[in-house]
Structure formats: C-alpha cells, structure tokens
Write a protein that binds this ligand. Sequence first.
Ligand SMILES: *Cc1c(COP(=O)(O)O)cnc(C)c1O
Length: 505
Amino acid sequence: MTLDPDPAALFPGPHPAAFAAHRAALEAALSCLERAAAGRGPYRGTSPSALETLAGAVEVLPEHGRPLGEALAGVGDLAVAHAVDPTHPACAAHLHSPPLNAALAADVLVSATNPSLDSWDQSPAATHLELRLIETLCAMAGLPAEADGVFTTGGTQSNLMALLLARDAALSRQGHDAAMDGLGPQGANLRIVCSEMAHFSVQRSAAVLGLGNRAVVTVHTDDRYRLRPDALEDTLDRLERDGLTPMAVVATAGTTDFGSIDPLPAVATVARRRGVWLHVDAAYAGGLLLSDRHRGLLEGVEQADSVGVDFHKLLWQPIACGALLVRDRVALAPVDVEVAYLNAADADQESEWRQPHLVGKSLQTTRRFDALKVLVTFQTLGRRTLGALLDRTLDLAACAADLIAAAPSLDLVQRPTLNSVVLRCRPCLDEPERSDRLNAAVRTRLLADGAAVVGRTEVGGRTHLKLTLLNPAASRADLAVLVATITQTADRLDRHPPAPPPGPR
Ligand SMILES: *Cc1c(COP(=O)(O)O)cnc(C)c1O
C-alpha cells in the first residue's frame, strides 16, 4: 500500500530530507509568531463570545489535510493572535511568566526526541540529567545528602504528592499501610494544617486523598498575611486535645496574592518538635534560591520534609515545569511501583547496565523531560545573571508600588514582598460596593481595550486589582504607563459608569 504523503516525510529523523522537513516545520511556526507580532499589545481585546464564534468556525477534522503552512495560517494564527502576550510589560495578571529563549530552544529538543521519564529505555540521557539536576536543586535548598525529588507539572501536583507522602507516613507510624489497605478508620483523624492564605490546591489535595476539604485546618495570619507560629502551636494543641492526628504542616513561601513568606524557621521548629511532616509550598518563591540578595527570605526551607518549587513562575520556563524535593528518598516509597513492562529488574542487570527507572518516583507514568529546559537555562545564563534578573523583577514590583502609593486615586494595600502588588482604584469608604464594581469594570475595560491584562482578587471581601510583575525586560517607564492607564481607565469609568448588563431578551 502506498500512502501520500510518504509517512517518512511526516516525522523528524536523522536523514537530510527529514531534517529539512523538521526545520521547515519549525520555521512555519516561527512565521506564525511573526505574523501575530505586528503592532501587538498585551492582548487583542477579543471577547469570549467573539472567540467562541471564531473557534466555532474552525473545521476541526477535515476529510483531507493541507500543507502545514496553511494549517498554521488558519488555526495557528487564531491561537497566537488572540493569546495574551506574557512578554508584554502590561501583561501582569498572574504568575504567568514570559518564557526564556534558552528554554524554548531546549523544548524543541525535548519535543523532537520525545523522551518519557517513566522508563530508562525511553529516556536514557534524560533520566540521568534529571537526576543530576534534582541533586543540585536539593543542595541549593540545603537539604541533606539523602534528599531526592522528581519533576512535576507544578505546585498543584507537588502539593498533592507531598501530602500523599505525608499521609502515608503518618498512617504507617500507626502500623497502617494506606497504599495497600486504604485509609482505614485512622484516616478520619488526619488533619493538614496551613495558613488561611495557603494555595487552594492544599484543600483540593485533601479531597483527592480521601481526607476531605474539612481535614484542612487553617491558621490565622499576621498583618502581612504570614502564618502566625503562636496560632500554629494553639491549633496543634487543640487538635491533639481532640484526639486528632496532624499529618502535615504546609508552610507557604510566596502566597499567591501578596507573595508572603511564612516564618519558615519558626514553623519548622514547631513541626519538628511535634514530629509533624513539614511541607514548604515554594511554588512561587522557590526561584529565589538563585538570588544572593533574596535567598535569605527562604531561610528555614532546609528543614522541610518536602519542598515544591515551580520553574514556570519565577524562572521563566514554558509551562509546565516544577519539582518536588523530599528530605529523605525513603519517603518516596508510597509512589514506588514495579511494572513488568517498565521497570522490573532482571538478574543480568546487577552490572553497569542497571537501569534507574523514574516511574517509581512520580504519580505520572509518561512524563515529559521538563528538566532539560531548566538545565539549558542554567547553562546559558548562569546563577549570577539569573539572580540579577530575579532581583530586577522584585525591584520593578517595588517601583510599581511607589507609583501606586503616589497616585491619589489608587490605594496600595501593602508594600510587596515579592512581585505582586495589590491595589484598589478609587477606594470609596462610604460606598465600598461602588468601588468593587469600578475595580471589576476597570479590569474588563483594560482587557477589552487590549491595553493591559491585570489581575483581580479580594481582600477583606472587597474587589481589588493585582499586578504580578515577573518580566525583567519591563522598564520603569513601562510601569508608569501601566499605572497611568489604570488610573485613566478608572477615572473614565467612574465618570461614565458602564450601562448595566442587558436583561433577558
Ligand atoms: C502557583 C501556585 C500553586 C499551584 O501551582 P501550579 O504550578 O499552578 O500547579 C501552588 N501553590 C502556590 C503557592 C502557588 O503560587
């Protein structure tokens, strides 16, 4: 049977024709980016309903294909032209970073060679390079020689896995094998303790782990939204009196709204004294381990039983890229598996051919080689430059805070710890609902104008705006423009409030 086109022309390969086809495909993708770049702001302003129409017009599975360039000019252009541009200085809503060129190049290699880290024979070099990087990350975090870890899809998966390990360790101390026998009656007594500002994935993990949202006990924070160690002690005392088992304390290094860092040394002391697993959720702030100026903020992380770090936030990696580190490799036992077709050890493998298979360290089976982009980033920029870039983003946030504090119609909620700056337009004490509506409207107007992508959050139940400034290529002048745009948009909307939404027709 002959096929047109020849299947060999569809895949990258080692011969010149396949190589040329691969290069042409990558160039076609770059042209797509180039076409979308002309005159581009942070967003085109396309509404959800307009996008629904555009997506609705896409013929998803045509009977006959067409050249790649044409396909990219269709659905590719649609995807790129109506993306938000995280490299634009006014794209500042979330922990959504511009990806570094070095990492993008590494990702091309990863996609083309497509290693899968579950078994060594799908990822020989990748396995050893990930192990090597994990070893370095553990050392950077100050964890002991027995430490280990694995790449994850990000903080959510790192939190889930850390809490799974903590749960099974706690039940195992009571002589119960959760992996084999499920939660058992003891499971109902397990509690996870974190601050009220911890990430929602802690609750979600508790639900997934069969403990339920209500197994998460939250502790009050101080005036800078950091967990209060005295409140932590009180909570642990209370749980003990009630005959409950605290299985983990989760400390946050970089809360999503304020970038607050819980007092890690004090929290570690409390957790250690009571023999409770300490997980540090450093999804946001973990990147600061590379900064000479700011790594002190993470002091105490070296006492954690597990640490989650995201590189798709403060290290400008393409999504997804995170890691979970554990203090003692033995703790990973609950996710270990032996699968005949993946990682069974044969008798002849007691030699230099003994193959490490990482499937037993992860909740995933097929797993992408996300470590390469971090390695290429480290190699290309070095620790000094990466540290300086991180420092610069924190300086930019401080600068934005100065501009907001100086603007009469804006209220700065507090000085930023990291990169996020929370503000409120025209805080109106007599009519807080009116300010709520105005702030929400400002955010939507900025999106619709394609002028800026800013975040929203709630502080004390009131709607606020949030800037997350992760882009070290932004300038102070860019920030001045961004803050002025917010002020002017708020003034305009305050004078001419948008018409109420149309009623049902
Ligand atoms: C972003 C974040 C998460 C979730 O991480 P993902 O990478 O989005 O899965 C968890 N915790 C904190 C503190 C975060 O900032």
